[in-house]
Design a protein around this ligand. Sequence first.
Ligand code: ATP
Length: 258
Amino acid sequence: MTTSKISFRNATKVFGAPDSGVTALKNLNLDIRDGEIVTVVGPSGCGKSTAMNMVAGLLDVTSGEVLVDGKPVLGPGPDRGVIFQQYALFPWLTVRQNVEFGLKLQGMDRAKRKERALHYLGLVGLASFSEAYPKTLSGGMKQRCAIARAYAVNPSVLLMDEPFGALDALTRVKLQDQLLDTWSKDKRTVMFITHDVDEAVYIAHRVIVLAARPGRLQEIVEVDLPFPRNDDVRLSPEFTEIRNRVWRAVYHRDAQAA
Ligand SMILES: Nc1ncnc2c1ncn2[C@@H]1O[C@H](COP(=O)(O)OP(=O)(O)OP(=O)(O)O)[C@@H](O)[C@H]1O
């Protein structure tokens, strides 16, 4: 039996007073397996970020539970790396120093953290920019730096909230492939929010579709496509079929109407 890495058990989040507040998420039940890539899609305000922030430990649950490795989440921790759409790099630090930041907090010695930072910068194709400052990088490079920083602390879970949302289409596709390439080596659990249905299908084992008002589970779509994913997969009729299914679930259209 595969183990659950992340579990939502009737997870509910109400912002504001229980009777008059906004129910961002209602009774979410979901298990994400160890080593699984799950993407989360749904209309604006359906609770995608709320669900992820509860796993990150940045938001508490109003009722129900969110568990990581079987234990309730009590706050942020190094076992969960978070990557947001905005790169949030420190402008006064070089690319390498940005990646080293979390390692420094952990008390890792200088030589070891430099070695680790350079390793992960190499992995995301930024080794030759290690001494550059963020302002000299393109958006895609900044996001690769943020990804290297998250990888460097070696979290077992990667939480990615529209990480490629601000990037052009070509850069997005490249970073999707890079994410999958890295995943094929380390098999980390990934929870990835996106508005892009193609992206959601291409990188995932399963697509979680949420519905809004109140935020709740609408449908889970299994992505039964082979790995490694590549252009052949992306352009296959099977991909299109799954993509259409997710699209209909998000926009509440049935097969006949589409
Ligand atoms: N701090 C907060 N205070 C009050 N309401 C909030 C807060 N954060 C989120 N909400 C509300 O909770 C609901 C879910 O928000 P959330 O950001 O999780 O949705 P989302 O699916 O990630 O949206 P988007 O796709 O637009 O980023 C929305 O109605 C939002 O307005």
